[in-house]
Write a protein that binds this ligand. Structure first.
Ligand code: SIN
Length: 483
């Protein structure tokens, strides 16, 4: 059987795509682990939207300024112009964002936004609320524990996907349209804020097929994660906290960020992360997020989940400050697409959300533009598929269907080394000779007899390192220091 659509991923981009596909189409949604193992589920702060028509130019400008003008301006314009309708479509379908005392949508502020334009839900659980809502809306088949290991690509047509259904079994699904919504690369870094299911394997397949990845060196580090927990996935302290008055301070309570940027805590994310890193290196002082401006009742109501999570970790907010550090958060780069979400050079293969590089985020993503990107570009992709009505004939796919080995005994060690290599060398500050050494090591690992999934992660890491080496000057999140 041939599906009308295969969608890889159940974050906001994949589920919104599924929501917009007519019910009579045959759709298969593949999910690597369980449905909530995606970055959308963990998104706290919110979703950015132009507040009204008059706000569109400044939303565009803020996005370009944060992205250091490395953005695709047309993509940014599209994002902002479509933002109100995209959000309204969800509200009309029943999604509830938080309201202010007057019963109007409550917009908050985050760093590098020139005004309040971030919608949120259940205080600080915006991603989870959106994710649950979109899951409820999904009337198509979702298969969990389906780990994609290949795309069936021949010439400029994608015939579908191949995926593991268990440690040893794999199957093929043919489709007229394939939509990649598999997220970024978080788990190839040692410390991150991402779902542990997100590890960039599909970007590896794209690289293997010789298709275009773009801006792969542009990796965003979130400035404020809780320091001192044991796991690779670090608890996030949303940027909305700073938007509403939390301060970044040193051991002595000094708000040192103003020495780096006039906007202090509300400077673009790359600047804040880099400044924390630099200050800590130069002074040795610890860095904290301080909530002294908040009254407890307000804090508990506005940030109920952060309040509860931090209580579990032993912090009494807003009275105690929390030690923080930056951690990997978001991949601005990804699979290069056109403005309708189509993968460059392909007829019926799409990439949306964090997996894609539409060019919207440039060299540093503006806070809360990612959920919006997932919504807007998944809609554009589905509109394009419905207009094109592309059909494959699966008999025309004559390439081998390969039988892959999912994991090998040596994988665990190499996987851990890979995460360390990426964290040490392709993080906030980069050094060309260290990048070169890291690339050499990754290339050596690629010659080993590793399992398919690690092989794909290594290919993704290689493309990040190669892009980082290619960009000789610092730009946004790609910051070079010779020594
Ligand atoms: C946050 O809540 O700080 C994350 C928002 C984002 O990554 O856009």
């Amino acid at each position: 059987m041939v599906y009308d659509y295969v969608i890889i991923g159940t974050g906001i981009a994949g589920l919104n795509a599924a929501r917009l596909i007519p019910k009579d189409k045959k759709v298969l949604v593949l999910c690597k682990k369980s449905t909530w193992d995606c970055n959308t589920f963990w998104a706290q702060g919110g979703i950015a939207s132009a507040v009204d028509e008059s706000d569109i130019p400044s939303h565009i400008q803020d996005t370009l300024t944060a992205g250091v003008d490395h953005n695709d301006k047309q993509a940014v314009e599209l994002l902002s112009k479509k933002s109100q309708d995209a959000v309204k479509s969800l509200i009309d379908s029943g999604l509830e964002f938080d309201l202010n005392d007057k019963g109007e949508l409550a917009f908050t502020k985050e760093a590098a936004h020139s005004r309040n334009r971030i919608l949120h839900a259940d205080g600080d659980a915006t991603g989870r609320m959106m994710h649950m809502f979109l899951l409820e809306q999904c009337h198509h088949q979702i298969v969990t524990d389906a780990v994609v290991n290949d795309l069936l690509i021949q010439d400029d047509i994608c015939y579908g996907v191949q995926y593991f259904t268990s440690e040893t079994e794999q199957t093929v699904a043919y489709a007229h349209n394939t939509i990649i919504a598999s997220g970024g690369v978080g788990s190839i870094y040692r410390y991150h804020t991402n779902s542990t299911a997100i590890a960039g394997e599909i970007q590896g397949i794209i690289s293997e097929k010789g298709l275009a990845l773009k801006d792969m060196e542009m990796m965003q580090f979130h400035p404020t994660v809780v320091k001192g927990t044991h796991f690779a996935r670090k608890p996030l302290l949303s940027e909305a906290l700073r938007g509403e008055g939390a301060h970044i301070v040193d051991d002595h309570g000094n708000r040192f960020l103003f020495a780096y940027h006039k906007d202090g805590e509300l400077a673009p994310r790359d600047v804040v992360s880099r400044s924390i890193f630099d200050y800590h290196q130069k002074t040795g002082t610890s860095v904290y997020l301080s909530f002294e401006n908040f009254e407890k009742p307000f804090f508990k109501k506005r940030f109920p989940n952060i309040y509860a999570n931090l209580k579990d970790l032993g912090y009494d907010l807003p009275f105690e400050r929390v030690p923080i550090s930056p951690a990997f958060h978001y991949s601005m780069g990804g699979i290069e697409t056109s403005l309708d979400g189509k993968v460059k050079g392909m007829k019926n293969l799409y990439a949306v959300g964090e997996a894609a590089c539409t060019g919207v985020h440039g060299a540093n993503r503006l806070a809360s533009n990612s959920l919006l990107e997932g919504l807007v570009f998944s809609q554009l992709a589905i509109e394009d598929t419905l207009k094109n009505d592309f059909k494959i004939s699966y008999e025309n796919y004559t390439n081998d269907i390969k039988s892959y080995i999912r994991n090998q005994g040596i994988d665990k060690n190499i996987k851990n080394n890979l995460r360390k290599i990426m964290w040490d060398n392709v993080a906030i500050v980069r050094n060309p000779s260290k990048l070169e050494a890291a690339l050499n090591q990754i290339e050596k690992y690629l010659e080993e007899d590793v399992g398919r999934l690690l092989f794909l992660r290594l290919l993704t890491a290689k493309s990040i390192l190669k892009s980082a080496l290619k960009r000789k000057e610092s730009l946004g999140a790609h910051y070079i220091k010779e020594n």
